[in-house]
Write a protein that binds this ligand. Structure first.
Ligand code: DON
Length: 312
């Protein structure tokens, strides 16, 4: 479907139909239960939002309900770190798919403490180190950045999730100390971990997430405010890494079936960037074996197929 047809297409009823269809599917997948605060979430919720670069916002289902953004926060952290650190960042974290689960530690040892990409946990912890080292109050800087992008001051980290992440964070701590042993973490490891756990525990809705990331569909410029959030080159680079590594070791299949730069989180959220058009955010808490939302995958696949959105 070309651009003009997309403009005429009646999006909101279509999103609502997708949510209804998703709700009627047989139950599949499992809510993340590695911390009690996530295990408690009502698994029946389904939200969908689409924010376009021409300023329109379409919502369906539980699109305004806040949820734990978890790994979706890795996008915000990465953009901030790219803005602060410049190209030297890529000597400390690479841009290759890992081919391993997001919390795997093995590769990190034989690759000398340099994470494969910024979207696996080790990479995001490295990014957290960049932010902790560059900002005197990195958590405040991150939440302000997110609020500014979403155009909403009412976005917070969930303290329950934050405390649980800290208590159950041994594997992330192991990765951080391993990177420190290779000299690839500069700041105090506990401060870096606290930043990482904080960003995982931020709560946002599909509507807020879709709106806040439209700059990635618009060459780095936030469409509504015309503010330059990052350079055009960096927006392309973030989208490139999202395409190869954003859906973890299901990224290849996602490129094959959907064909969009995208990122998932274990809170059940998925964002997909449609360059030149907009951002889709889907949410439903039950996850497949890769840690990606089952119904989120289903709905984003439906939109991409119907609107012909694949970038390939
Ligand atoms: O750090 C962790 O392992 C959790 N907070 C999960 C992060 C996450 O969402 C990974 N992605 N799917």
């Amino acid at each position: 479907m070309d651009w003009t047809v997309k403009q005429r297409f009646d999006i909101e009823p279509f999103l609502k139909q997708l949510v209804s269809e998703a709700r009627a599917l047989p139950v599949s997948g499992k809510v993340a239960d590695y911390i009690p605060a996530l295990a408690r979430v009502n698994p029946e919720q389904v939200g969908l939002a689409l924010a376009t670069v021409d300023g329109k916002l379409y919502c369906a289902g539980n699109a305004t309900v806040g949820f734990s953004i978890q790994s979706l926060s890795k996008i915000f952290g990465l953009v901030m770190a790219m803005n602060r650190a410049g190209d030297s960042l890529w000597q400390r974290v690479h841009m290759e798919p890992s081919g391993l689960p997001f919390n795997s530690i093995v590769q990190l040892d034989y690759e000398h403490g340099i994470p494969r990409n910024p979207f696996i946990n080790a990479g995001a912890i490295l990014i957290a180190d960049v932010l902790v080292s560059h900002y005197s109050a990195s958590r405040q800087a991150l939440i302000s950045f997110i609020r500014q992008l979403a155009g909403c001051e009412q976005i917070f980290a969930d303290d329950d999730v934050f405390q649980s992440e800290r208590q159950h964070g041994s594997r992330n701590a192991a990765m951080a100390y391993l990177m420190k042993s290779f000299g690839n973490i500069e700041a105090d490891v506990e401060k870096v971990l606290a930043h990482y756990f904080y960003q995982c525990s931020v709560n946002m809705s599909c509507k807020q997430l879709a709106s806040s990331l439209t700059f990635l569909a618009n060459r780095g410029v936030q469409p509504l405010t015309e503010k330059v959030v990052c350079s055009r080159r960096d927006a392309h680079r973030v989208n490139a890494i999202l395409s190869t590594s954003g859906m973890y070791d299901q990224s290849g299949e996602f490129a094959f079936t959907v064909g969009l730069p995208a990122k998932s989180g274990v809170g059940g959220g998925i964002v997909a960037i449609v360059p030149g058009y907009g951002v889709i955010c889907a949410w439903s808490p039950r996850l497949n074996n890769f840690g990606n939302s089952c119904l989120g995958m289903h709905m984003i696949t439906g939109i991409a197929e119907q609107l012909g959105l694949s970038v390939y």
